[in-house]
Unconditional design. Structure first.
Length: 134
C-alpha cells in the first residue's frame, strides 16, 4: 500500500504477514496484527479452474534447459556445474571431454590401440609394389 492511501489507524511497518483468508477470522487477525505492528495481507485459495487445469506443457527433467548438476567420479571427487543446455547435452559434452582426455593420456603413455576407419599401412607401400607387379 502507498502511504497516501493508508488509513490513520493502520501501522506503517516493514513486517508483513500473508495468510489465507477465512471469512470472519481474517478481519480479526488483521486488526490484531495492526495492534502489534504487522501488516496482514490475504492470499486467495486456489480456484477450481487452477486445480483442474492441466494445459501446461511439462518437459521431462532431462529435457529442461538451465539446470544445476553434480557429477560424481569413482575416486570420490565431484564436480558441480550449471548449464544453459539440457542435462543430456551437457552429459554428452562431458563424456566427449572425458574420452578426449583418456585418448590423450593413452597416446602419451604409448598404450593407445583404438583406431577407426582404414587400418594404417605398416608395410610402407610394399602392398602397392606387389599390385603393380614390380
Amino acid at each position: 500500500m502507498h502511504p497516501e492511501n493508508t488509513p490513520n489507524d493502520e501501522v506503517s511497518s516493514n513486517q508483513v504477514i500473508t495468510i489465507p483468508y477465512y471469512c470472519g477470522l481474517g478481519e480479526h487477525l488483521q486488526r490484531l496484527g495492526r495492534r502489534h505492528g504487522y501488516n496482514v495481507f490475504f492470499k486467495s485459495s486456489p480456484s477450481l479452474r487452477s486445480l483442474v487445469r492441466n494445459d501446461k506443457i511439462r518437459l521431462p527433467f532431462e529435457d529442461r534447459p538451465g539446470v544445476v548438476y553434480e557429477i560424481k567420479c569413482g575416486c570420490n571427487a565431484s564436480y558441480i556445474g550449471e548449464t544453459g543446455n539440457t542435462l543430456l547435452d551437457r552429459f554428452r559434452d562431458h563424456m566427449k571431454a572425458l574420452n578426449s582426455y583418456r585418448t590423450a593420456e593413452e597416446e602419451l603413455n604409448g598404450t593407445y590401440r583404438k583406431r577407426r576407419g582404414r587400418p594404417t599401412d605398416r608395410g610402407h607401400g610394399k602392398g602397392e609394389e606387389q599390385l603393380r607387379g614390380c
